[in-house]
Design a protein around this ligand. Structure first.
Ligand code: NAD
Ligand code: AKB
Length: 317
């Protein structure tokens, strides 16, 4: 029998792009001391390392995770530690070890201690055979190692729910656009880099072509989706628990550059596709999120112009 879980929240990979926003949101919601940020690395002067509860923890170290859970009274894990697509395709072995191995560590810890788990998936679960507007249920044939690890993560999450009753939930995040922390080595990083380059250099060399269209989302929407999914009543969560499609904004790299040039005088963008174009081309243009809407009321709030205005405003100030 699992021990009675505590009330504390553990966030793995907390110093990354999503963790930087999610830890802040969780602390605002549950209290500063309720959230333990963790990561395999430390970042000097990062507010989580300097101020709140932070512990250095690799998701490949099950004994260390057990100890943190027991000593800190953890009841829920937000498992963000991962290797993203561009870095992952350069080092597929590391990508599999961290993404699959780390998720096993978290799920096993959850099974033993009766924890709830949030473990995100990605639009990278889809392959070239998925429809342009990818439905919730469709064959998942990703061509990237990263995408394959995300499919495995969804399957494992469902298995731990069915076999052991672990309350696992996840979202297939689109490419996320945010200003607080740099993106961590993904294919969709251009949609963040372009804002920094526009303000700092007035020019960006974009590593995908202007016609490349991908599902994207502003970070505020992604954080709200995460909290809403975790707050949803258990009986509203169905077969998509391992990875719900959530739709935000679908735009081409050219449309993004055009939107920024309308707001930043003199901004220019050249399109010089590299290897990441291949990964982008294997993903759908957009996703159908009707299941998330029906089951837990998901609704995005940011469109392209609102997101661009807020990114430029925040980064300028
Ligand atoms: P990120 O790369 O910015 O952060 C990941 C963090 O994990 C880093 O701080 C890194 O130090 C840490 N980490 C790496 N190996 C670790 C280990 N062994 N133990 C502990 N920590 C380790 O990633 P992110 O963008 O914040 O993504 C978080 C999750 O969301 C990942 O599962 C990712 O696949 C998923 N996701 C992100 C996006 C996006 O656009 N950001 C889109 C879809 C899915
Ligand atoms: C990546 O590009 O690797 C991530 C993702 C879509 O999963 N942003």
């Amino acid at each position: 029998m699992p021990e009675t879980p505590g009330d504390a929240i553990l966030v793995t990979g907390a110093l990354g792009q999503i963790g930087t926003d999610l830890v802040e949101a969780l602390r605002a919601k549950h209290g500063q001391d309720a959230v333990i940020a963790s990561d395999v690395r430390e970042v000097a002067n990062h507010p989580f390392v300097e101020e709140g509860r932070f512990t250095r923890l690799s998701v490949l170290d099950g004994d260390a995770m057990d100890l943190v859970v027991e000593e800190e009274g953890v009841g829920t894990v937000y498992h963000l530690a991962a290797i993203l697509s561009a870095t992952g395709e350069k080092n597929p072995e590391l990508c599999e070890r961290v993404n699959v191995g780390g998720t096993i560590t978290v799920l096993e810890t959850a099974r033993r201690h009766g924890l709830r788990v949030y473990s995100p998936s990605s639009i990278a679960v889809f392959g070239p055979d998925a429809p342009d507007r990818a439905p919730q249920v469709t064959p998942l044939n990703p061509t990237t190692t990263y995408g394959k690890t995300k499919v495995t993560g969804e399957v494992m999450a469902m298995n731990y729910w069915k076999q052991y009753g672990v309350d696992t939930r996840g979202i297939r995040y689109p490419g996320l656009v945010s200003w607080k922390s740099p993106p961590g080595g993904g294919t969709t990083d251009y949609a963040v880099e372009i804002f920094h380059a526009a303000l700092n250099e007035g020019h960006y060399d974009c590593f995908v072509g202007s016609e490349t269209r991908l599902p994207m989302m502003y970070m505020d929407d992604a954080i709200r989706a995460t909290l809403e999914l975790m707050d949803a009543p258990a009986d509203s969560i169905g077969e998509a628990r391992g990875g719900y499609n959530v739709s935000g904004i679908s735009f081409t790299a050219g449309e993004l550059a055009e939107t920024i040039s309308e707001r930043v005088d003199g901004f220019t963008c050249d399109f010089k596709p590299d290897q990441r174009q291949v990964y982008a081309d294997s993903w759908p243009d957009s996703v159908d999120d009707s299941v998330a809407r029906e089951e837990w009321g998901w609704q995005a709030e940011y469109d392209l112009t609102r997101m661009a205005d807020e990114m430029l405003d925040r980064l300028s100030s």
